[in-house]
Ligand binder design. Structure first.
Ligand SMILES: [Zn+2]
Length: 179
């Protein structure tokens, strides 16, 4: 996985597209949803079979799980956010799915079971520029540092650039024309 921090940054960035007065809440939900699929390290720690959908990057990283989690989160937060549940459900599903998509860009570890529970097949993208991060505290190691650097280059920087572009575009659209 890219580090959990990177997933959170991408999730919050995507969530910033939701128009709501409760900005802090939607950013927190977005960050949380994007991190959630890695709860499956529990299955990994319990020694699930490597090719089982219950192991790391299995069912919690699937498109199916993203839809279910997105729906639940949309229903739960529709009222406080003041946004239609189905709009939130769709966008939250995309945010949750962003986790598996990022993971599929990494150069190691397990492939992603996008099709679970209907298929146990594991996938990577053809281009895998992100260095896979060591699980748990391994991130503090020397290799962990090089992982963070590779993520900053391939994930965090583009995200920041997109956020700035969105901010500038919004401001430009709001600016009065003429004098
Ligand atoms: Zn993951």
């Amino acid at each position: 996985m890219p580090t959990i921090m990177t997933h959170a940054v991408v999730g919050a960035a995507l969530a910033s597209a939701v128009r709501t007065p409760r900005r802090g809440l939607v950013l927190a939900v977005g960050a949380g949803l994007a991190m959630l699929p890695d709860v499956d390290v529990v299955g990994f720690a319990l020694g699930a079979f490597a090719d089982s959908i219950w192991n790391h990057r299995g069912i919690t990283h699937s498109v199916f799980a993203a839809c279910v989690i997105g729906l639940a989160a949309g229903l739960a937060t529709s009222r406080p956010l003041g946004v239609a549940w189905w709009k939130l459900a769709a966008w939250f599903a995309v945010i949750t799915a962003s986790h598996g998509v990022l993971d599929a860009f990494t150069n190691g570890g397990f492939g992603i079971a996008f099709g679970a529970p209907f298929s146990a097949e594991r996938y990577f993208f053809a281009w895998t520029p992100i260095e896979v991060s060591p699980l748990g505290l391994g991130i503090l190691s020397r290799r962990g540092v090089s992982v963070l650097a590779s993520e900053a280059r391939f994930v965090v920087l583009p995200t920041v650039v997109i956020l700035i572009a969105v901010g500038v575009a919004r401001r430009a659209m709001r600016a009065p024309l003429g004098v």
